[in-house]
Design a protein around this ligand. Sequence first.
Ligand SMILES: Cc1ncc(COP(=O)(O)O)c(C=O)c1O
Length: 377
Amino acid sequence: MHDPKKELIGRKKLELDTPCLVVDLDLLDENLQKMQTRVKTAGKSLRPHAKTHKCSTLAKMQVANGAIGVCAAKISEAEALVDAGMSGVLITGPVAGREKVNRLVSLLGRAPFLMAVVDHPATIRLLQSRLAEKDRQLDVLLDIDVGQRRTGVPPAKAMDVAGSILSGSRLRLRGIQAYAGHVQHIPRYEDRKSASREALRKAAAVFRQLQSRTESCTIFSASGTGTARIDLSSAELTELQAGSYALMDAEYLAVESADGPDAADYHPALTMLTTVVSGPHGRQVTLDAGLKALYRDGGRPRVLDPRYGGLHYDWFGDEYGKLSAPNRATLLPELGMVLEMVVSHCDPTVNLFDRLHITQAGKVVDVWPIDLRGRCQ
Ligand SMILES: Cc1ncc(COP(=O)(O)O)c(C=O)c1O
């Protein structure tokens, strides 16, 4: 049988067919260890978000490095992680409606230490009754809205909703989740720091109140790549959910780190290879990576090779991108040349591909399936 992995291992990175995604294993390893060491030194735990890489092999590497489990955005991601043999999965998005609740209760039957967040009494009631029918119990975190207004209950209503969890016997309230998504990409570090502190302060007050009401409430899960270093100083926070730090992208590389405007906290371990397929057309060339290969939202993709660092990438339809030179003096890459680019936003870009080509010293050493790809239910 045709085994693409066999054919690819040993191949030089720049000889791969494009567009494709590559991950530098040494840089990935450095990113994982850096985050894990920081978290451990602060006496906290790490439950990294798998929505950013959508790859169970990488998730297992995070656990091997010390993570206590992984986060999944949706039930379908959690199902794939459990099928890959992972335990300690936390579903960080609300599981609303009968169909999803049924899926969750059935997943629970084969998923050790599965947890989910809840943020509405209607879902809580539905879960209580489905769990009672199946004679099961589920660990839950109460999702607190700390300002993004996307999911979660406002802090002022948290105790009421917690009351409906505690009124039944099928849900065990293990703590809270308080992800401040609106804060992660604030460009200036000091601004991000004060916004994150304020968000966590609100959540910490709820956490303390809940702890005084129930013994099982021991988990305070929050944070992302943009605020991880800031959030480690929160006394109440117990675990971090950062995700993008593993692979990184142009959007995160553009925000100021704790070490200054030009010092990136984590390396761009993920890159995309793309080929110049036409041109030059005046001061621009056409690339084979457009909307179907490179997600449009987020930061501006950029070429890694410093000779072409001054070129400006733009989407040029579904199949193509263009690289434009600001003036005549700027060197343009030639037809057929393969370029390595930092992607705009890692999560939705990874979701466009089937596999990650894992490289070391410029050669493919492994191929990992993006097995959570397309799992958006
Ligand atoms: C609930 C939740 N937690 C954690 C994360 C991880 O954040 P980041 O990728 O910024 O590290 C996300 C990302 O969107 C998220 O939605």
